[in-house]
Design a protein around this ligand. Structure first.
Ligand SMILES: *Cc1c(COP(=O)(O)O)cnc(C)c1O
Length: 343
């Protein structure tokens, strides 16, 4: 009675292998909620793929990947910061590679963990982390006590990533030649950069690798159905239903990441019904729920509860019965499923 992710395991692994085959030197990314699977599952799949290196988001995630048996190198993507020196024991794992994005942090890590293996991050138009391009030479001059494995460039999703990658890479490699670790560049563009600069390129990839596969489906259970008449009040917020029909109680709620931009409790159900009928999004957020019943996305009666949601289906006959399963659309990077069924 839960939100379930069903994996056609053979088809999914075919997709993983096919993707890896198009990306020489692929570094699979397994961080956060593990793209809906969990970091442990992805770490095992990375081993199956023969990846020599895995990327995690934060240092504590290294342990999860190790416990899942990943034996290669593990890059921690989030920059190490001297004011958050947690999980220092992780740094003693000789397979760990730390990301550094400031001159100050280079000095501090040298003091704390001489010899640590590091990547230096170059600031991009994302304006998130990294060394200012003007600081790269100075950063290199401070590297005596550390082992530099290359430069890391994390590019935005939109815009001309390959042009930006090329100009930043030129600056970095001019300061010191080394491997380029890139994100959000196409495999073809990565190949062009490798050729252009005569260096190795490692491409990090999460979403396209783990999730861009039709082998994954998510569904929910129908927990209860209630026939209601037009104008009847229902739910926590006692909104009136717009017409005669059914309140269908389905598994999955905020704890599962269902409809993170849920409609506000203030918007009237009638308004939402009209909006949904028109197939539009209303001003308060998403009008339609991610649940499909009898071929259509249905409206929420009200914002999702913690682990269940109430949706409305108009009509005299209820198209689903208690115990049925219905498709639910989830963004797996923000979802927590209750169950994973590897078929
Ligand atoms: C999360 C992350 C990735 C993976 O991004 P996807 O869009 O999931 O492929 C790559 N590089 C860095 C630095 C990241 O933090």
């Amino acid at each position: 009675m839960s939100i379930r992710l069903t994996v056609d395991t053979k088809a999914w692994r075919r997709h993983l292998s096919a993707t890896a085959a198009t990306v020489p030197g692929l570094v699979p990314v397994a961080k956060g909620n593990g793209y809906g699977f969990g970091i442990d599952v992805l770490a095992s799949e990375a081993t199956r793929l023969g990846a020599d290196t895995l990327a995690v988001g934060r240092s504590h995630e290294v342990r999860t990947a190790r416990e899942a048996g990943f034996q290669g190198d593990i890059v921690v993507l989030t920059s190490w910061r001297h004011f958050e020196p947690r999980d220092v024991d992780v740094l003693t794992d000789p397979g760990v590679i730390v990301t550094l994005g400031s001159v100050d942090d280079i000095k501090r890590l040298t003091d704390m963990c001489p010899g640590a293996r590091v990547l230096l991050e170059v600031e991009t138009s994302m304006r998130r982390h990294g060394l200012d391009p003007a600081e790269l030479r100075r950063a290199v001059s401070l590297l005596d006590g550390l082992t530099l494995l290359g430069w890391t460039i994390h590019l935005p999703m939109t815009g001309n990533a390959s042009t930006e990658a090329s100009s930043l890479a030129a600056l970095a490699l001019d300061a010191l030649p080394g491997t380029l670790w890139l994100s959000h560049v196409s495999p073809a563009d990565a190949g062009v950069l490798a050729e252009q600069f005569g260096v190795d390129v490692r491409l990090r990839m999460g979403t396209p690798l783990w999730l861009h596969s039709p082998a994954l489906t998510t569904d929910a259970a129908v927990l209860d159905v209630h026939q209601v008449s037009a104008g009847e009040r229902v739910g926590y917020w006692q909104h009136r239903v717009p017409m005669a029909g059914w309140v269908v109680v389905v598994s999955g709620g905020t704890a599962n990441g269902v409809a993170l931009s849920a409609p506000s409790s203030g918007a009237s159900l009638k308004r939402r019904a009209i909006t949904a009928a028109e197939g539009l999004l209303d001003a308060s957020g998403v009008a339609r729920s991610p649940y499909t019943i009898a071929g259509r996305k249905r409206i929420f009666v009200e914002p999702p509860h913690m682990q269940e949601s109430l949706v409305f289906v108009p009509g005299a006959a209820c198209p689903v019965a208690i115990g049925d399963r219905v498709p639910v659309e989830l963004r797996l990077t923000t979802a927590t499923v209750d169950e994973i069924d590897f078929r």
